[in-house]
Ligand binder design. Structure first.
Ligand code: ATP
Length: 311
């Protein structure tokens, strides 16, 4: 019999999106969207302990001044949702140490929500399986299910299950450059819709073809170098219109010799693929000379999702 811990510490990675394909706005107000996900070695740490006064929360580290430490935090939302599901009150204290920058397209809040689901499930001994945790996660945000298992996956958009990918040992090394300004996901999609050029049916047809391209790629088993033509993000154009620094960042990556330069999520982080660790260090040094980035970090993927590091 395994005993139930009274305190648990979990680590959860950030994500980047090696490819994003976006369709036109549908009548229900959502976009069809197809995303490739990769979990990378930049981690938030969440410690959950018993607290009869809970839920309470403290947030430290990267951008903690921008992250609410109350029931607006996705950690508390996730704990409450799982609590309702298993009929228990989330009487916990959550200590969140952030390394994932906020509003950067790296999925930090969603990652933390996934950590809360896994951690509370263990502290309650409630034995909700990963598939059900992923379903609960999807009620909090579209990216949340990905962080339960991490590695690489394809997301097929609103309310459709994530497709996990077989992964066979290729290491991707990224230099992540985070501009001073972040971008609102909603604003980027609005801009995307405004800059669509064709009729809706033409755009829909174009999207179907691009989507199939995203699905057919052997993301998990091919080397990064074989996949270079597929590293594209349809949101780069609208994001750059809203924040020209993104265009400047992508161009800087190219001119300093990045193997690929692309934006992650709806921005504003730009991810530059390096040949190896030494190349990544060199790229980082070059990019540090630009004045538009508030942070530049090296991370690699794919890595696994939520992991218990202490109990
Ligand atoms: P995505 O890549 O999914 O678009 P993001 O990385 O751009 O996400 P997040 O860092 O997840 O953005 O934060 C988005 C918003 O969520 C912020 O306004 C922040 O205040 C709020 N938020 C709620 N909970 C958290 C959390 N645990 N960590 C970070 N932000 C959180």
């Amino acid at each position: 019999m395994t005993s139930i811990p009274s305190k648990i510490t979990l680590q959860v990675p950030a994500k980047i999106n090696p490819q994003i394909r976006v369709g036109p706005l549908r009548e229900d107000g959502y976009h069809d969207i197809t995303l490739a996900y990769q979990a990378i070695s930049l981690f938030d740490t969440l410690t959950i302990s018993q607290n009869p006064e809970g839920p309470t929360m403290n947030v430290t580290g990267m951008d903690s001044d921008r992250v609410p430490a109350d029931n607006r935090n996705l950690v508390i939302k996730a704990a409450s949702l799982l609590g309702k599901h298993v009929d228990v009150e989330p009487t916990f204290h959550f200590e969140l140490a952030k390394c994932i920058p906020s509003e950067a397209g790296l999925g930090g809040g969603s990652a933390d929500a996934a950590a809360a689901l896994v951690g509370c499930n263990m502290l309650w001994g409630s034995k909700v399986n990963d598939d059900d945790l992923m379903e609960l996660g999807a009620q909090i945000g579209e990216d949340v299910p990905f962080f339960i298992r991490g590695m690489m996956a394809i997301g097929l958009g609103h309310k459709q299950p994530l497709v996990s990918l077989e992964v066979t040992g290729h290491k991707w090394i990224w230099v992540l450059a985070i501009p001073f300004r972040g971008l609102s996901t909603k604003a980027v999609f609005q801009e995307h819709d405004e800059v669509l050029t064709g009729s809706l049916s033409e755009e829909e047809e174009k999207y179907r073809r691009r989507r199939q391209g995203c699905i057919d790629v052997a993301w998990g088993t091919s080397s990064p170098m074989e996949l270079l033509p597929f590293l594209v993000n349809d949101l780069e154009f609208p994001s750059t219109r809203l924040l020209p620094d993104i265009g400047i960042a992508l161009e800087a990556g190219r001119s300093h010799g990045a193997v690929a330069s692309l934006m992650s999520g709806s921005g504003s982080t730009c991810a530059f693929l390096a040949k190896d660790e030494a190349h990544a260090m060199q790229l980082k040094t070059e990019l540090q000379k630009e004045t538009i980035f508030r942070e530049i970090v090296i991370a690699s993927g794919p890595v696994e999702g939520v992991r218990v590091i202490q109990n």
